[in-house]
Design a binder for this molecule. Sequence first.
Ligand code: ZN
Length: 435
Amino acid sequence: MRLRYWTALASIVSVGTILTVREVRQAQTLVAPMGAPFAGLQDMDTPVETDAKDQEQARSREVTFGEGARGPQPLDGEFVTWSRVVSPGESLDVLLAKAGLDIATRAVVSNAIGSEFDLRKLKPGHRLDLELQQDGLPRLATLEVDSGVNIQAVFGEPTSVTVLPPELETMRQAAETEIETSIYAALDKANIPTRFATDLELVFAGTLDLQRELVGGEHLRVVWRENRLDDRVIGEPMIDFVELDLGEAKYEVVWPGDASRQTHVLKDGRPLFTFVQPIKGARLSSAFGLRQHPVHGNVRMHQGVDFAAEEGATVYATQSGRVSFIGRRSGYGLMIEIEHAQDIRTVYAHLSAVNEPLEVDQRIPAGHEIGHVGSTGTSTGPHLHYDVVIEDLPVPPLTDTRLSRSGDGTQRHMDVSVMIEAARDQLASLLAANG
Ligand SMILES: [Zn+2]
């Protein structure tokens, strides 16, 4: 009976993407008879099994909280809520005491939260939300710490503690600037993130030499997105769309959003090339061509492109083909090679893992999940090295269109015009909103 009760509690679903879940074996402590707050449990015949909808209504109730402590606010549901922002000098135990919890219950809550968060790092501005049953027992404790990360403990058997990522708001921004000396300076002048200078250089590598071919007077318009939490920018801003007007020619670039893997480059309104990325939303971090080697230090030919990505990020086949190699090759570490039509091969290197059950000679469609980003071989950190090799010669993966033309057509007939129209409209409306 007690088991059913706690199982019902444990089934309360946490919202958001779960980063880590850890089960905390304090359940025995919780249900052990240890004084008044727990006594009621033992006679409880009817489990608190409100249906999911009721729970949702209860959970979504707005709780306002001010400077001082508030007493528990009874709701017409099964539990009361209590919230408080941490003040200077307050420990979690002090907060829990203010919520009316006895010493044993406070220890249970502190142990649960403390299993995922170093309680010595609790500081003013963090926030504690409790959901208490009417007998005073907690069923849910949520501690909001830095950058909107929530540590959430659901008490039951077993008690589970979850680290929830912040609920970020994605904001789109646009700005325009005129190039005088360099792209970098032009971005800086218009308060556009200057890191985009690198994104532009990489995407135009092989098409336009931004260092030499810009003479001044060119116009640059940029749309980008940033994730915000209460007016703070969290993480790196990402470029969405760029219009580079040279006077005699106009270039447009649409970067892939998180879901798409395609970068479209247009010149004077006509598609110049579309580059299919082997990973979602990731940024190019190194271009094809001569560069100073990040490990060996000397200038060498970089025969592919690199994408900055997190360890474990999914790697996709950029075109349909036949798996021709899986394994380790010295500097490349763990790698996969796929053979496409017309003696074209693609290589995905430094992987941490190959997707099971991928096998040599297997035929795969474009977009097939083949492996995961890692840092095996000669590598300074997690990234994907991607090569396109045609007749045994490495070619620039972005601008050489033979790979995309070799496929089954699903990628090449993509309607770029719809996407570019939407990007232009967004640029215009965002710039208009700027005044
Ligand atoms: Zn590389």
